[in-house]
Design a protein around this ligand. Structure first.
Ligand SMILES: [Zn+2]
Length: 472
């Protein structure tokens, strides 16, 4: 039996849509059969409905996180990587610790990451998991879907991996055995057959996602992998152009820039989205826009690793679908969606201002509208659902899935706001999650998650971190 709700008296409702439709006039939303069935003002409760009083609260669509590495939730703030750029950080943190992730440790890490996201109002998570080796003693895909389902969240497995050993991991200490191409393709096909859902209401999806496609596959396999994914109806995902090292490598080995390499190997298109895309030439930006290739924009991780700032607003103007990812918690020690959006709101303005020049040689003060709250909400909701392919999710409209967060701005951080609707993004912090609904069911209430013992999770995290430190 599904639940029926009437949310009433919301102070502000953001829809996830663009422009004049970004905010709804509605204060009330009726929910039944997992969907939003009515939006308006002064709606009356019907028999059998539970009324959720959202007075002084603001309502957003549930966030959609399009790039994560949940296993890294037990690798935050590792001293050996805290002041490192991407390549030495990869060696010092994820590569150094990944062989220690058995079933129990992966489960604890996934739970921490999912709970952290859920408590920031996130209802859909795409996890780029790349710890797949021949002969593993546990079923990581099943485990990750299981953990998300237990929390009532939608989940997409971005099935990572590699068929070659990259330079950075070519040592006894850091090596992870690659799969053969046949093993990788067979595993993705099996995973899709077990979990991948299509159409409105899907809760589980799968993508073909070699970890960093310019180094994870030899050149002759790129088209094979892309065609295999398309034959299965699966989208494609990978890390790309995160730091200048990507450009150096592609120039040296492939004789072109990274996005040109992808274009030459059938790895661009509306069924592809790429994490990071920080370092791009004007020509590469045009290739991305013309092909409709999307971005998982991960500004906090990019800042933390000194990668730079992805030109997300400019990419959007060129036709690139923009979404938001928190990336793994080993390179973003605040891997929740509110802090990611708060940072994004600030960093694009900082960048625009840093590039401004005084008149008459420049245009004077500029950049105050580099990104708007409405634009960010769109990226983090409808934009994310679009690139992941979850239909009927990501906007608050009649007929859409009832995935939504009701935030209560009852902390002094939010007192004094002239427009409380923008509070979670412009003030940041962690607003109290009054209710979080996914598919029309309550998955969090008053910051609590039914059935979850946070104290126990904290203790498990401590035990696992101590064990990792002893092994390291
Ligand atoms: Zn990543």
């Amino acid at each position: 039996m599904t639940s029926r709700f009437l949310i009433r008296h919301a102070h502000a409702v953001f829809t996830g849509l663009r422009g004049a439709q970004a905010r709804s006039d509605a204060t009330d939303l009726r929910i039944a059969e997992g969907l939003i069935t009515e939006m308006g003002r002064g709606l009356h409760a019907q028999e059998g409905e539970r009324v959720l009083d959202a007075s002084d609260c603001v309502v957003y669509p549930g966030w959609v996180n399009t790039h994560h590495h949940l296993f890294q939730s037990l690798l935050k703030g590792v001293p050996a990587g805290i002041d490192a750029t991407l390549s030495p950080w990869l060696q010092a943190v994820p590569f150094a610790f990944r062989r220690g992730f058995d079933e129990q440790r992966l489960r604890v890490a996934a739970r921490i990451g999912l709970v952290e996201l859920l408590r920031s109002g996130c209802t859909t998570v795409a996890d780029h998991h790349y710890l797949f080796q021949p002969g593993a003693d546990h079923d990581a895909a099943a485990l990750l879907f299981e953990e998300a389902e237990a929390l009532g969240m939608r989940f997409m497995l971005l099935r990572g991996g590699a068929t070659v050993t990259r330079r950075l991991e070519d040592s006894e200490r850091l090596h992870q055995a690659p799969e053969t191409l046949d093993q990788m393709l067979a595993a993705v096909e099996q995973t899709a057959a077990r979990f991948h859902q299509r159409g409105p209401g899907a809760r589980r999806r799968v993508a073909m996602a070699p970890t960093s496609v310019h180094v994870s596959l030899p050149r002759e396999q790129l088209k094979v992998v892309a065609r295999a994914a398309r034959a299965l109806g699966l989208p494609l995902h990978s890390h790309m152009s995160e730091s200048v090292a990507y450009i150096e490598y592609c120039r040296e080995v492939h004789g072109c820039r990274p996005i040109e390499y992808l274009a030459n190997n059938e790895w661009l298109g509306p069924d592809v989205w790429l994490a990071h895309l920080v370092h791009l030439s004007p020509g590469e930006m045009k290739l991305l826009g013309d092909s409709g290739t999307g971005i998982a924009h991960c500004p906090q991780s990019n800042a933390r690793l000194a990668d730079g700032i992805a030109p997300a607003p400019a990419l959007e103007r060129l036709g690139v679908p923009v979404s938001i990812g928190v990336d793994g918690a080993a390179s973003n020690e605040a891997a929740d969606m509110i802090s990611e959006l708060h940072f994004a709101w600030l960093v694009h303005r900082a960048q625009a201002g840093a590039l401004s020049r005084p008149r008459p040689e420049g245009e004077g003060e500029a950049g105050g509208d580099a990104v708007t709250v409405e634009q960010l909400v769109h990226w983090a909701t409808a934009g994310g659902a679009g690139v992941l392919g979850f239909e009927g999710v990501g906007t608050l409209q009649v007929g859409q899935a009832a995935d939504l967060a009701v935030f209560d701005l009852d902390d002094p951080r939010y007192f004094g706001l002239h427009d409380p609707g923008v509070g979670p993004i412009v003030s940041g912090g962690r607003p109290r999650l009054r209710w979080l609904l996914c598919g029309g069911e309550v998955v969090a209430e008053d910051d609590g998650i039914p059935g979850l013992d946070l104290g126990r999770l904290r203790a498990q995290a401590g035990e696992e971190v101590r064990a990792l430190m002893r092994a390291g």
